[in-house]
Design a protein around this ligand. Sequence first.
Ligand code: TXA
Ligand code: MG
Length: 331
Amino acid sequence: MKIKEASLNAITEAAALIQKGGLVAFPTETVYGLGANALDGEAVARIFAAKGRPSFNPLIVHVPDLEMAEELAVFDEVARRVADRLWPGPLTLILPKKENSPVAELCTAGLETIALRIPRHPVAQDLLRRAEVPIAAPSANRSGEPSPTAPIHVIESLGDRVDLILAAGKCTLGLESTVVDLSQTPPAILRSGFIVKEDLKEIIPAIDYHIETTERPRSPGQTLRHYAPSIPVRLNAVDVRAGEALLAFGPVKFMGLVGGGAAADLPDTRIRHLSKEGDLHEAAANLFAFLRELDRPEHTGIAVMNIPETGIGIAVNDRLRRAAAAAAANQ
Ligand code: TXA
Ligand code: MG
C-alpha cells in the first residue's frame, strides 16, 4: 500500500492505477471512497473483497459531470433539475439504469437502477476527469466500521488491501452523501445526509424520508449492521456511568458522573466534544473520528449527549442510532 499527498503527479498515477484495474482510496467532501473502474468487473470485485462487503449491496458510481452521468442512467425532467441544482455535491441519485449500460453488473448488484454521484471535492473531480471512466466507490472502510473521514482511518481499516491512498486531510462534511431514490413513485430519501428534505422540497414537493429498518429495503445497504463500536453506545445520556467515555455535544458543565464528580474533569482519553458550541455541522464532521477514538477496551461504553433532530442533526442521529443498535447486537 502506498499513501501520497494528492498532488497532480499522485492524482495522475491514481488515474492510471484505476485504468489498470487497481484500487485507489480518494477523498470526497463527505468521506473517503474506495475507488475502482466501474466498467471493469474484476476491479469492482476487488472492492467487495477488500471491504468484506456482501455482493447484494450495490455501489455508488462516481462521475465527473452530467454528460457522463447521462450515459449511464435515464434522467427525466425532475432528475435533471435536481442534478442541476445540487451537483456536484454530497448527493447520490438512484435512477433507472440505461439500457446496454457499460457498468459492471456487480456494481448495481443486478438491480435495474444505478446510484450516481458527482462529488465536489477538487481531488475527486480531478481524479474522475483523468481516469476518464466512471469510478465505483463505497466508503473506504471494512464493512461494519464507521466511514473514514481522514487518511489514517483508511490505513487502519484497509491497509494493504488498497493500492494507493490519495491523502488530502480531513473530509469537510464527515457523513456519507444523502441518497435519493428517483426511480420509484413517490421519490424518497433513503439515507439522510448534509442535503436535507427542505433542500429537495422545492423541486420534489412529495419527497419524504424512507429510512429503512424493514426487511424489504429500497436501499439494500440500509438494513445492514453499520458502524458497530466494540463497546455499548448509550444515546441521550444525561450523566456518565462508571467506566464510560463521553461523546459530548454543547456545554458539559451540568453533566455529572454517577457516584460523584463532573464530566468536565474527565481525562482527555475519556471525553470528546463533537462541538462545544453546539454546532451541528462541526458535530457531523467529527462524529466518525471520535467514535473510533473512544472505542477502547478500557471503556465500559460510550455515553452520547442529546443531539437535536434538525438539519444535519437528523443524519448525525441516524448514524448514532445505527451505531448503538449494532453495538448492542454485538454484545
Ligand atoms: O458519501 C458517500 O456516499 C460515499 C462516498 C465515497 O461517495 N460513499 C458511500 O458508499 O457511502 P456506500 O457504499 O458506503 O453506501 C452506498 C449506499 C448503500 O446503502 C447502498 O445500498 C446504496 O447506497 N445503494 C447503492 N446503489 C443503490 C441502488 N441501485 N438502489 C438503492 N440503494 C443503492
Ligand atoms: Mg459505507
